[in-house]
Design a protein around this ligand. Sequence first.
Ligand code: KIV
Length: 300
Amino acid sequence: MSTTAPGPQGPKKPSVRKKTVPQIVASRDKLTMLTAYDYWTAQLVDRAGTDMILVGDSLGMVVQGKEDTLEVTVDEMVYHCRAVSRGREQALIIGDMPYLSYHVSREETVRNAGRLIREGRADAVKLEGGRKRIPMIEAILDAEIPVMGHIGLTPQSVNALGGFKVQGKDFKSRQRALDDALALQDAGVFALVLECVPYDLAEEITGKLDIPTIGIGAGANCSGQVLVTHDLLGMSFGKTPKFVRRFADLSATGGDAVGAFIEAVHSGDFPNLKESFKPGKNTSNIQLYGGDLSLTSSVS
Ligand code: KIV
């Protein structure tokens, strides 16, 4: 059973308008995008005001503990997009297309992108890669689905790239990134993630494009920034990449809280009478979720 009552508590909030792709493209403010894979995290980042929520295939590593993103499936992405969409009020939701979901045929690509929209309730999809992805991007756009591009370090290419490495460090690879960025814009992507490229290259690409660039490990001069929320909150135990800033350390505070729970159970301090139900009375929902619980006795 859930420990917290689902849905909003108290008076109903006025309905909030969710952001649209044209608003994101037209924005002159720095954009923010954060990952979420579940209902709670979606509520957290949405209420804090992020412009976009990315249901990233990074969930393969962050949530499933895998060493890369290659095993994530369309079914899993649909499942996580659905959970996130229930927690969103205002942010634009982008569903990541997992490896092999947009590589085989235009038909399969459109079907997979369509599942993230229709079943997952995402507003747009993201896919990795440069010019060679254009036929698939065009097919998705033909189905009226907005597409976000992603170049630089594209984690689904980890085997082809020989590891998770900074891209665009030599002349040829810089030129390729620039050409890819312009070609993807011409193909119709509404925004472009630049991952792990030198900051001067990201700045140059941003200056040449009319669509927003969203950087991760790409310096300060992109149109916006994206981080994996687990990294930002310090919800991991291993090493984090150089470009991550931990704005909180939830692994430490969470660990302390769990330790305090264990200690309180061992000492008999938890649960106390206030946290227990009186015998012999029907328990209404309001009492169950923290209404009048002036209790004198506990129930086993
Ligand atoms: O899957 C993901 O979270 C991403 C971001 C890191 C951009 O693609």
